[in-house]
Design a protein around this ligand. Structure first.
Ligand SMILES: Nc1ncnc2c1ncn2[C@@H]1O[C@H](COP(=O)(O)OP(=O)(O)OP(=O)(O)O)[C@@H](O)[C@H]1O
Ligand SMILES: [Mg+2]
Length: 161
């Protein structure tokens, strides 16, 4: 499985999709989140972190650029590249040093192609007005594709046809 689409009809559904996907990840892995302002990237991060036992209020790291959240097993590094203007500025943040021991979620993660090495990409598209979002999920390798096939029964409800 390389790419598939899910439909979320509310912020709760986006958090639920993230919670289901969160069971597949381990320290050292990364998800990039893309889509326009207000598309739902932070809601996804919130659902992901809370499902893994994070009790903090997950908020947008637009101004802090990066936040850490403790989960039951490892920390989540939640990054937002919206205000990072150049690849040099990104590199100067030194975030890569943390990648091996955290799961990293990066909003606006496709901004500097080639600088990140995600296992999964989630791209959010708003449908005309309203609360619906189409999530296009792209697996970067066979391993994550196979893991997703395993949990697909839990995602069937959200499959977009
Ligand atoms: N299906 C949906 N999924 C996610 N959020 C939704 C949905 N429907 C409505 N919303 C609303 O859209 C907004 C999404 O905000 P969020 O902060 O997650 O966006 P974002 O993609 O992180 O934006 P930014 O690029 O500014 O960081 C919230 O106000 C949320 O309530
Ligand atoms: Mg955000």
């Amino acid at each position: 499985m390389k790419e598939f689409q899910l439909k979320s009809r509310s912020e709760d559904e986006t958090r639920e999709i993230a919670a289901i996907l969160s069971t597949l990840f381990h320290a050292g892995e990364m998800i990039v989140l893309d889509g326009e302002l207000g598309a739902g990237k932070t809601q996804f991060a919130k659902g992901f972190a809370n499902a893994l036992g994070c009790v903090d209020n997950v908020t947008s790291p637009t101004f802090s650029i990066a936040n850490f959240y403790k989960t039951r097993e490892w920390e989540i590094l939640h990054v937002d590249l919206y205000r990072v203007e150049t690849p040099e500025e990104y590199e100067a943040l030194g975030l890569e040093d943390y990648f091996p021991r955290v799961v990293t979620l990066v909003e606006w993660g496709s901004k500097f192609p080639g600088y990140l090495d995600p296992s999964l990409a989630v791209s959010f598209a708003r449908e005309r007005g309203g609360d619906s979002r189409v999530l296009t999920i792209t697996c970067a390798n066979d391993a994550i594709g196979k893991s997703i096939e395993r949990i697909m029964p839990r995602l069937t409800l959200f499959l977009s046809c």
